[in-house]
Write a protein that binds this ligand. Structure first.
Ligand code: HEC
Ligand code: HEC
Length: 260
């Protein structure tokens, strides 16, 4: 922390600037560009990243899930080892802030927390996050998951494709396939092994990008591509913003032959 400004230095700095307007603009600027923030290496993104072991990250994600749920689990498993490699101040990152992501944000069933934590890790560690994010989200929608079973998992493997990046449908599809309740111990474990699977995949993608490999990027079904031609950016209607699969929610339009 030796390079960060102490209070006295900060007061001197502000005092040295021409008038109150300059002092206000110092604090109004974005964190990465303000002099106060750039004094700490932790405030710069991306953090330096060297390949880590995906299998180790998968196991760690499962164990972290048991401490702080899905979003914390995936984020901590990916960023924790990087912070440990880099030492202080990186290790003081408040990892537990991501506990809120449990159950698609405190049980609201929106974005899957295992994805959400992984996306935050990608944004923090990748010099070019968007293709990694699109690759991971498309993979999550279609891949039968969990596909990684960590040590300590008790129940038989049951995999299902979420068809969506949303927690609600992801859990519903799995419960239907497994014949289990949403609050059963089996489902709780499934989200732990899912967190492990998503963290492991994310590390594979980060490693591939770090090695200079191209990402697959967005992979939509033909049907969704078709919907987007008219409804997304530049289309004749242009009234939505979404890359996710349309079919899970718009069965009515599809069955009625709309847009096909
Ligand atoms: C050829 C262009 C085209 C395609 C392809 C298309 N749509 Fe549409 N869609 C329209 C138009 C035009 C409207 C009417 C818009 C309005 O009234 O403002 C519409 C309306 C809708 C509506 C609201 C009205 C309704 O019918 O319930 C929904 C929802 C919708 N589309 C979903 C979809 C989905 C999902 C797909 C892919 C399966 C799709 N659309 C493909 C052009 C298209
Ligand atoms: C998670 C569920 C979900 C998914 C996935 C989804 N939608 Fe929707 N969409 C909705 C809901 C809910 C509304 C609001 C419907 C309403 O209020 O009538 C909506 C609204 C729309 C509308 C405007 C309807 C109108 O009445 O004007 C269009 C067009 C549309 N969606 C197209 C799409 C397309 C294209 C995709 C895929 C890229 C998509 N949606 C994915 C749930 C979804």
């Amino acid at each position: 922390m030796s390079s960060s400004l102490n209070r006295r230095q900060l007061v001197t700095l502000i005092g040295g600037l021409a008038g109150a307007g300059a002092a206000v603009s110092l604090f109004a600027s974005t964190p990465t560009s303000s002099p106060a923030a750039s004094a700490s290496p932790m405030a710069q993104t991306p953090w330096p990243y060297k390949a880590i072991d995906p299998e180790v990250a998968g196991q760690r994600a499962y164990e972290s899930y048991l401490k702080g749920h899905c979003m914390y689990g995936s984020f901590e498993a990916i960023v924790g080892p990087v912070a440990e490699q880099l030492g202080d101040p990186y290790k003081s990152f408040p990892f537990m802030m991501f506990k809120y992501g449990a159950g698609g944000a405190n049980g609201w069933g929106t974005l899957c927390g295992a994805l959400n934590g992984s996306l935050a890790a990608i944004q923090l560690l990748s010099p070019n996050p968007n293709p990694v994010i699109d690759t991971l989200m498309s993979w999550y929608e279609t891949e039968p998951l969990p596909n990684f079973y960590p040590k300590g998992a008790k129940f038989p493997e049951i995999r299902s494709a979420a068809g969506t990046p949303l927690c609600h449908e992801s859990i519903a599809h799995w419960c239907k396939k497994a014949g289990k309740k949403a609050y059963s111990p089996e489902r709780v474990e499934r989200c732990g092994t899912l967190t492990a699977s998503v963290a492991r995949k994310t590390v594979m993608l980060l490693n591939e990008q770090a090695a200079g490999k191209m990402m697959a990027g967005l992979a939509q079904s033909t049907q969704t591509q078709n919907c987007s031609t008219c409804h997304e950016k530049g289309g004749m209607v242009e009234n939505i913003r979404a890359k996710m699969e349309c079919g899970g929610c718009h069965q009515v339009q599809i069955k009625a032959g709309h847009g096909i």
